[in-house]
Design a protein around this ligand. Structure first.
Ligand SMILES: Cc1ncc(COP(=O)(O)O)c(C=O)c1O
Length: 413
């Protein structure tokens, strides 16, 4: 049994009540109280333009820098300059693509998958217009965790970058980024990892993964509607061009990748995500700060999430008419509690719309992993049903959802 004190956890999220069950967290999570406090604090005491010499401007710059440093801690980056901030992960991958292509030649190659969220596919595919050759890494039949074997034949001397995901937002499976990064690096290329579906569930460690670039959305990770993109300092400096004003030099890392400045109050409020994780660790008797708290908190979260996953997966496995789209096991090393499935003979849309009436928010569709859902040919135009939990969800909430599925089954019989 996990030791997570759920009452403590839920109290830290003011939006959580007993009336509404949020099980669409892979779409966006609720916001931790310290994050809300930080937004208020910035708006009330520091809302001026950065870069001037007067006190309020200096203080505002310090607060934004604290937010960037907090994101570096979440990513385990060595330096805050390795964190590019922006509105969404999709935008940041697009900005990165436009910056990197400045150093590439027509005929250079990049590899994108057909099994990931479009955020880390589409922006790279656009580079075809610049003469870049885009190869597609196809999902091998029957797999939901594609590894180096299926990627290797696509790599060649002109490969510049491979775009991949850390965790599928449909399968919920955690991919072996390190093994893929090692292979890609052996070919002299770079890897850009989409960590959006991973970040709410486990501690990211860009150093252990040896990721060259790694993006995630803070709004799915208990924070504000904001996003971060890590890049190795030397790569940001020497391999990425300037997409900001012409007078920002190549050495202006990371600002040359942040046209128009990031949102200040949201950037600052990222400090609140770390404060939440520190509080969570402390509430469980672990006296850790900063990165150590991130790791301790996510370790507890992973154990608890495996219990949540198991509750739903055991039910789904028991139903002969259900196909789980992804790993049927709840192993914390294999998956996160983002669970997709289809029910034979039932429309995903109708199932979800029936559940809607009970005050439980789940979702159907392709979740912008359109190429994957098409490749899987699930036979339902409405895609999969997806239940995406995070650690503030309770076992009782899962049971409420299972009751709904059961009563729909009885009605359909
Ligand atoms: C795996 C994955 N990548 C990227 C995104 C897009 O994130 P953003 O809204 O920050 O662009 C999502 C959003 O659902 C996602 O699930």
């Amino acid at each position: 049994m996990s030791q997570l004190d759920l009452n403590y956890v839920r109290r830290q999220f003011p939006a959580l009540t007993d009336d509404v069950v949020f099980l669409d967290n892979a779409g966006g999570s609720q916001v931790a109280k310290p994050v809300i406090d930080r937004i208020n604090d910035f708006m009330l005491s520091a809302n001026v333009q950065l870069g001037a010499t007067y006190g309020a401007s200096v203080s505002a710059a310090r607060k934004v820098a604290e937010g960037r440093a907090a994101l570096a801690r979440l990513l385990n980056a060595d330096r805050a300059e390795e964190v590019v901030m922006g509105a969404t992960a999709t935008q940041l991958f697009g900005q990165l693509a436009q910056a990197l292509v400045q150093h590439w030649e027509p005929g250079d190659e990049i590899i994108v998958s057909n099994f990931d969220h479009e955020a880390n596919i589409g922006p790279w595919r656009l580079l075809e217009q610049r003469g870049i050759v885009v190869k597609t890494w196809e999902l091998p039949e029957g797999e939901h965790k594609p590894g180096p074997d299926s990627l290797a034949p696509l790599l060649g001397p002109r490969t510049r970058l491979v775009a991949m995901t850390h965790c599928s937002n449909i399968f919920g499976s955690i991919n072996d980024v390190r093994a893929i990064a090692d292979l890609v690096h052996d070919h002299g290329a770079m890897v850009c990892v989409d960590g959006v579906a991973f970040a709410p569930h486990r501690a990211i460690d860009v150093k252990a993964l040896d990721a060259d670039f790694y993006g995630f959305s803070v709004y799915k990770t208990y924070g504000p509607h904001h996003a971060a993109l890590y890049g190795k300092f030397d790569l940001l400096r020497h391999k990425a061009g300037n997409i900001n004003h012409y007078f920002y030099g190549e050495d202006r890392v990371p600002n040359k990748l942040e046209p128009g400045n990031p949102n200040y109050e949201l950037a600052h409020s990222c400090v609140g995500v770390i404060e939440y994780l520190e509080g969570l660790a402390a509430a469980h008797g672990i006296n850790a700060k900063g990165r150590a708290a991130v790791e301790a908190a996510f370790d507890m979260i992973a154990d608890y999430e495996a219990e949540l996953s198991e509750r739903l997966l055991a039910y789904l496995r028991s139903r002969e008419d259900v196909t789980i789209v992804g790993d049927p096991s709840s192993d914390r090393d294999a998956r996160v509690p983002t669970i997709s499935f289809v029910i034979a003979g039932q429309s995903s849309r109708e199932t979800v719309e029936s559940v809607d009436t009970s005050g439980i928010g789940i979702r159907f569709g392709d979740f912008h992993s359109k190429r994957l859902v098409q490749a899987l040919d699930l036979g339902d135009p409405d895609g999969v049903i997806r239940v995406s939990a995070v650690h503030y969800n309770s076992i009782e909430e899962m049971d409420r959802l299972i009751e709904q599925f059961e009563s729909l089954r009885e009605k359909a019989a």
